[in-house]
Ligand binder design. Sequence first.
Ligand code: GLY
Length: 594
Amino acid sequence: MILKHTVSMKNCQVIFVKQHLAVFRVIVTWVMLMLSYGADASDAPIIDYRDRFHPVTSATGMVVSQERLASQVGADILALGGNAVDAAVATGFALAVTLPQAGNLGGGGFMMIYLAEQDKTIALDYREMAPARATRNLFLDDEGEVDQNIARFSHLSAGVPGTVAGLIHAQQKYGNLALSQILAPAITLADQGIKVSNSLAFSLKRAEQRLAKWRSSKKYFFRADGSGLQNGDLWQQPDLANTLKAIAQRGAKGFYEGGVAALIVAEMENNNGLISKADLANYRVVERLPVTGSYRGYDISAMSPPSSGGVHLIQLLNILEGWALSDLGHNSAGYIHRLVESMRRAYADRSKHLGDPDFHPVPVKQLMDKNYAQRLRESIDLVKASSSSDISPGLELPYESPQTTHFSVWDNDGNVVSNTYTLNFSYGSGIAVAGAGFLLNNEMDDFSAKPGTPNAYGLTGGEANAIEPAKRPLSSMTPVIVFKDGKPVFTTGSPGGSTIITTVLQTLLNIIDFDMNIAEAAAAPRIHHQWLPDKIFMEKGISLDTQQLLEQKGHVLLTSPRVIGRTQTIASDGQNTYGANDFRWPGGAAIAQP
Ligand code: GLY
């Protein structure tokens, strides 16, 4: 009996130990999985004063933009009782005055808005539209070749501007304050003038030749004696102030109808441009559904087509999710190889499938499908670089200028705005509308000027992005909001043309996989690959032995002649907001509401 009891006790103990071992094994396996796939990255503190770089902290909301005065305008609007949309719109109008290379009235962009009360995210498309008289071969010369000068630096290069319509739509529908309050700071900055900063003088100098070609631009962007504006000069923009006043009084009609519209049409008629009175009156903002995805327990909400940004950001995250990136080490050869091979495949898809969804069916679901990502991942040789010529047919991507600008806003109620807008190139086409004080975009150059024609490899592509009347050109702009457990945890975005997507991707990976705070995530050196040209562009800071290991795998590396992206990021822990402006351009700021 006793023996039996002992035996049965023993059995019980064995069973008990076995059960515990099984539970223990499950826990160990789970912990290993979590560690290996980085799913516990959110445990990293959002701010740690032992780090090298630090975000700005606020208990009452935050505005981050590429220019200090404009960030301050947004923060002041928050202090006046405006919400994130009010502050974002005021910042957008202020940037049109203080950051003329990219802030704009004559361009277009995308705004992601998260409304906390409704738990709803909106993807606002205010991208430029091709004028009604635009034709497929608009930029081809007599030999059928693309005339890049016409495509980029003529009145034909301008799409119908969307910025004013987009900002006004957002503010009127989702803001709290009166439009006059929102426009007032920008009007004051234009009327009273701003002190030219060294970085603005530098940027104007670089665009000098392009701007000096046009009488209106010469008047607006140079000193009265025709010499270049210098650091410390007082720079007033009375014509721009008048345009802003018309918008403050009449909303979007102050721009798309009446005196300002007449000035735009006259500018076109005097210079063989295409934008007509009807084009301006017909401009439409579109509220689209954001594209959404998931990555290691985070939910991603990003801009949908006609931006390629959101689709390819999610596609890239889907491919990369299958590897334990944090185990490889940040910017190690193994990590960069996986990034590059994923980017190569995503950008090949971009060249073929992406365009304005209102004109061409874009296979958004398929491109963002996790099974498709798995197939792409399985096609990647972890030892050897693949060749872009083996990946997929398509055209070499056109050069895309890095001059765009992003800003992020987070208010005290948890509303979030992530906005990227642009003139395309720095100072757009370089052509200012005479009498109206603002520059025209050269966004028509973002269309494929010559689709369907074989490139040097005999490959074709770009049909989805061919020029058509009223169509919106394909973009790479990637404003994004990232959620965890249903709550927004950070937002980011960047200028940088085709490098925007890879910049935003690396920012997300730095935060999620490598536990960096948002300032550290911004500061880390970046790489870029866009399928064609078949090269890894690197910022300074990738070690020589890493470069050698990548070359041994068969990659071609090039130190990028310019920085890759400039992010404006805000994070929140539900209590405080944390803002980080990229260090790659001086003068920007993360400003907390006073
Ligand atoms: N113009 C650059 C872009 O939209 O991506």
